[in-house]
Design a protein around this ligand. Structure first.
Ligand code: ATP
Ligand code: MG
Length: 242
């Protein structure tokens, strides 16, 4: 069971500051949504957690197996091996590999390797459509199927935590609901710690135990299941007018 703590994080690109003093926490086995419209720094924050962007200041800490690890001293590769998997923005599948080859490629790293057969079986059991399409090039899958494959690929690294960047992008509304429901089911089945960036706030808030709203690089609101908030209020908060 993993817990991720972000503390007073400041990050950006060159002279541009994108994240200003971000503090948040994803508890062990919790599904937390990071809500915000385009360009508010969701991917920047996820990429800081994954080690792809070095913040200017602040801390990111992972608690796992009774120890506390400073993620800012770790490479992306080491972070994967600590049990944090990524489902990146735009899915980034290998188009000319089959479904099964995409999964095996992801599962061959130091953390997933020993469980590769069991992980593959779990992915196919969890997402039967991927089993059915296992010999098909990933580029020939529908958008929703590709997103499920991107999620399954993360599972191949035997993660305790998964960082998911906008799984709903480019999908029809009904498919968005299916993909987000699949993420929720998976989180419950495996007791995963999940941080999910989303703009589809209706669906995200329904499955998340808590949600943070990011606007102009700051957390401007925090919701949990007990917050009696209407959808309009969440939307306004996301747009920075709440
Ligand atoms: N590599 C980069 N170099 C310079 N600026 C960047 C870079 N990547 C992102 N930015 C800027 O940082 C800000 C936040 O971008 P980010 O991608 O984190 O937002 P986002 O919330 O993920 O948006 P989206 O919903 O469109 O994916 C934007 O103003 C963007 O232009
Ligand atoms: Mg993004």
């Amino acid at each position: 069971m993993s817990r991720i703590i972000v503390d007073r994080l400041v990050a950006g690109y060159g002279a541009v500051t994108v994240l200003r003093d971000i503090s948040l926490e994803v508890g062990a086995g919790e599904l937390v949504a990071l809500l915000g419209v385009n360009g508010n720094g969701k991917s920047t924050l996820l990429n800081c957690i994954l080690g792809f962007i070095r913040p200017r200041s602040g801390r990111i800490v992972l608690e796992t197996q009774g120890r506390t690890v400073d993620l800012l001293t770790r490479s992306p590769h080491e972070i994967t091996n600590l049990g944090i998997a990524s489902v990146p923005e735009g899915r980034r599948l290998v188009p000319n590999l089959t479904v099964e080859e995409n999964l095996l490629l992801a599962g061959g790293g130091p953390r997933g390797r020993k469980d590769i057969a069991a992980n593959l079986a779990f992915c196919f059991e969890t997402f039967p459509i991927l089993a059915e399409r296992r010999r098909q090039y990933s580029s020939t899958l529908s958008g929703g199927q590709q997103q499920l494959l991107a999620i399954a690929r993360a599972l191949m690294t035997s993660p305790e935590a998964i960082v998911i960047d906008e799984p709903s992008v480019g999908l029809a509304p009904i498919v968005v609901g299916q993909v987000i429901a699949a993420i929720r089911a998976l989180q419950e089945a495996r007791n995963l710690t999940i941080l999910m960036a989303e703009q589809s706030f209706f669906q995200a808030i329904e499955v998340a135990s808590r949600a943070y709203v990011l606007s102009h690089g700051k957390i401007i609101r925090e919701f949990d299941q007990t917050s009696a908030v209407g959808d309009a209020e969440i939307r306004n908060a996301m747009m920075g007018v709440g």
